[in-house]
Design a protein around this ligand. Structure first.
Ligand code: IPM
Ligand code: MG
Length: 353
């Protein structure tokens, strides 16, 4: 097949890990007779430096013309001034909104080879295998009004938490679909004891539950969900939640398996065009040293093949090669090993060959 892939390396270690992922994609293309055409564009801090905006119009255009987007990371101390008018994160939020990527999928799976890297005891992590499905284009992140003003009693800021009917229903429906291909268990996370938006969310989740008797749907308050992620992570299959809760819970979940450096994510909308990125950030402290773990980007590329290009066998081959490389003992620094970005990429390529 022939596909257009937009590359948005971004900031920090983004360019290094995206380059590694492209090496893997190129290998797959060659082996399976596909043609991947890449177009690179600026996003985040590097775009601010070059163009004065975190999401330049040409970046938007390139993304809109592509079949899928692979992103590295955005942000860094250089652009962190809270008073700045333009911020790298605006690039990421902007492209999510522009492309209608309302669903963020973050799979969390414990690999036997990495269990000892978990902050939790082995018996609490063994067998952990769930996905967080985070609503990505609504809620506090995008609600209006939002402003800071000076009043007679000092400054005052407002953010708005808003959800429309259809935004809640579509993400809950997707949770059901994902659960159907897994263990048929959905945990819908809200704060229905306090928030109006959460009560609406819970009502729709309850309605959906009665329409889908084949799926076990449970409700859980976000605070107790945070606790259960530590005490009983094995009990989850699909967690579905709103934007902000999902942001927080997914960072918590990402360290459970001792492998933050290898967690991928997919952001999907109504069409097959998705955006794929590692869960880890731009890691400015190790940028440019060739030591970043490329596995999260490589596994994000696998998700890209699966969800946007429908290349399931190729995606599974990459995932298997990563597991095989880890079983053989390949480890980057963050995993307590000696390998750099290139060494780890080579280890995966060797297993793919
Ligand atoms: C994430 C990140 C982003 C978010 C930031 C960088 C805007 O934390 O993808 O989880 O909050 O969505
Ligand atoms: Mg986050």
């Amino acid at each position: 097949m022939k596909a257009n892939i937009a590359l948005l390396p971004g900031d920090g270690i983004g360019p290094e890990v995206v380059a590694a992922a492209c090496q893997i994609l190129n290998h797959i293309a060659k082996k399976h007779g596909h043609t991947f055409i890449y177009r690179e564009a600026l996003i985040g801090g590097c775009a601010i430096d070059a163009k004065g905006t975190a999401l330049p119009p040409e970046t938007e255009a390139i993304c809109l013309e592509s079949d899928a987007i692979l992103l590295g990371a955005v942000g860094g101390p250089k652009w962190d001034d809270p008073r700045a008018r333009v911020r790298p994160e605006q690039g990421l939020l902007g492209i999510r909104k522009k492309l209608g990527l309302f669903a963020n999928i973050r799979p969390i799976k414990a690999l036997p080879a990495l269990l000892d890297g978990s902050p939790l005891r082995r018996e609490r992590v063994e067998g952990v295998d769930f996905v967080i499905l985070r609503e990505l284009t609504g809620g506090l992140y995008f609600g209006e009004p939002r402003f800071t003003e000076t009043t007679t009693r000092g400054e005052r800021s407002v953010d708005t938490l808003e959800y429309a009917d259809f935004e809640i229903r579509r993400i809950l429906k997707l949770a059901i679909e994902i659960a159907r291909a897994r263990k048929r268990h959905v945990t819908s996370v809200d704060k229905a004891n306090v928030l109006e938006t959460s009560r609406l969310w819970r009502r729709f989740a309850t309605e959906l539950a009665s329409e889908c008797p084949d799926i076990r749907i449970e409700h859980q308050l976000v605070d107790s969900c945070a606790m259960r992620l530590i005490t009983a992570a094995q009990s989850f299959d699909v967690i579905v939640t709103e934007n902000m809760f999902g942001d927080i819970l997914s960072d918590e979940a990402s360290v459970l398996t001792g492998s933050l450096g290898m967690l991928p994510s997919a952001s999907l909308g109504e069409t097959s065009r998705g955006l794929y990125e590692p869960v880890h950030g731009s890691a400015p402290d190790i940028a440019g040293q060739g030591i970043a773990n490329p596995l999260a980007a490589i596994l994000s590329a696998a998700m890209l093949l699966r969800h946007s290009l429908q290349l399931e066998a190729e995606a599974a081959a990459i995932e298997q090669a990563v597991e095989d490389a880890l079983d053989l003992g390949a480890r980057t620094r963050d995993m307590g090993g000696p390998l750099g970005t290139e060494g780890m990429t080579e280890a995966v390529l060797a297993k793919l060959a």
